[in-house]
Write a protein that binds this ligand. Structure first.
Ligand SMILES: NC(=O)c1ccc[n+]([C@@H]2O[C@H](COP(=O)([O-])OP(=O)(O)OC[C@H]3O[C@@H](n4cnc5c(N)ncnc54)[C@H](OP(=O)(O)O)[C@@H]3O)[C@@H](O)[C@H]2O)c1
Length: 342
């Protein structure tokens, strides 16, 4: 399966029952010029084109990624293929220009209005297909944030609304104000806290679940172990507790069942990880559109091929215990996750 670099297009689903058709796997574009070390811009641009050829139509960015630079990088591609793809971006996290590792969350109405205009201008498009709140602002009730977002829909600046890293309760409160199309939170073989409240609420409300970092930020592919030693100095993964020191070594050992299945299936570790999260759709009878990030054409073909792998019950049982043994949090600050508020 890992050598399946064919031109087979991925299957489609809908972004919500009355929503637009989209490929069952999207593309995370953050790493194309932000967060994950040095990049090759030409190869990243070619990867975007390749994604579309393979049936990937949901492209994910945020105004925070490179403080707007990621949106600018994607703009020519989005404009050239506007009718063929869905643009998803986010507001709410503000990086300190002096020190980008320091961030604040702002969801007041003035900030949301300024953010949407900024994103539209940088993206060079008239309407954002899916506009996400990136994180909850502890100072602003979710109802107020979604109220402002709903105004953007009424004004035609935004087509559909999404939320990131909210609990099941927060999703319900938001959905009562305006329909929420998608919930984007981390979900992978290593990160399953969303299964407590967010996943059941999304299923109940018919909200599409968009798992971010489905490859555990690359760790699940086996391509690095100790982020602090192996990754370059600006790479954000160096600050994430689970990827450094003793945690990294212990967590790498947890990949053994993934490796075993990959060998048995003639697949890569990453493909097994993606197949697992994709299969949550059928297992739970809900829509799940993972957005693995890559800036390399070869990896894209490998990742989309994973949508065609179906794990059997015995294989799923082998993978099931992994997440409970993962050492170290997802972020240095646990409040940055929905689980931190449950
Ligand atoms: N809502 C949020 O708070 C939030 C947080 C994080 C991310 N996101 C979104 O989710 C997207 C995906 O998450 P992510 O990029 O953090 O993590 P990910 O998709 O789990 O992993 C991406 C990493 O894996 C590597 N990779 C991808 N395919 C691979 C393959 N087949 N073999 C080996 N390595 C592979 C990539 O490197 P290369 O690029 O070099 O291939 C990159 O370093 C982001 O791009 C962003 O749009 C959202």
């Amino acid at each position: 399966m890992s050598t399946d670099h064919s031109t087979t297009r991925i299957a489609t689903t809908r972004l919500g029952t009355d929503g637009p058709v989209t490929g069952v796997q999207g593309l995370g574009c953050m790493g194309m010029n932000f967060g994950y070390g040095p990049t090759d811009a030409d190869e990243a641009r070619a990867t975007l084109e390749r994604a579309l050829e393979l049936g990937v139509t949901l492209f994910d960015t945020a105004d925070m990624y490179g403080s707007g630079e990621n949106e600018k990088f994607l703009s020519p591609f989005f404009r050239a293929h506007r009718e063929e793809l869905l643009v998803a971006t986010k507001f709410g996290i503000v990086l300190d220009p002096e020190d980008p590792s320091r961030r604040t969350v702002r969801n007041d109405t003035a900030h949301i209005r300024k953010s949407v205009e900024g994103s539209l201008a940088r993206l060079g498009i008239d309407t954002i297909d899916l506009y996400y709140m990136h994180r909850i602002d502890p100072e602003i009730p979710i109802e107020e944030t979604v109220g402002t977002m709903a105004e953007l829909v009424a004004e035609g600046k935004v087509r559909r609304l999404g939320l990131s890293e909210v609990t099941g309760d927060e999703l319900r409160r938001a959905h009562a104000v305006h329909p929420i199309s998608a919930l984007q939170s981390e979900w992978s073989l290593f990160s399953r806290d969303v299964e407590r409240t967010a996943v059941p609420a999304a299923k109940e409300l018919g909200v599409v679940f968009v798992p971010y970092s489905p490859l555990g930020r690359g760790f699940l592919t086996g391509s690095f172990v100790a982020a602090d030693k192996e990754l370059t100095s600006g790479d954000s993964r160096r600050t994430m507790p689970r990827f450094s020191g003793d945690n990294a070594a212990a967590n790498a050992a947890l990949l053994e069942p993934v490796r075993k299945l990959a060998e048995r299936r003639g697949a890569t570790l990453g493909q097994i990880a993606l197949a697992w999260v994709q299969q949550q759709a059928t297992l739970r009878d809900m829509t799940v559109v993972p957005i693995p990030g890559t800036r390399k054409r070869s990896r894209l073909a490998e990742n989309t091929a994973a949508t065609r792998i179906e794990l059997d019950a015995e294989e799923l049982a082998l993978l099931d215990p992994i997440a409970d043994s993962v050492r170290g949090g997802r972020y240095a600050d646990p409040k940055f996750t929905s689980a931190g508020r449950e």
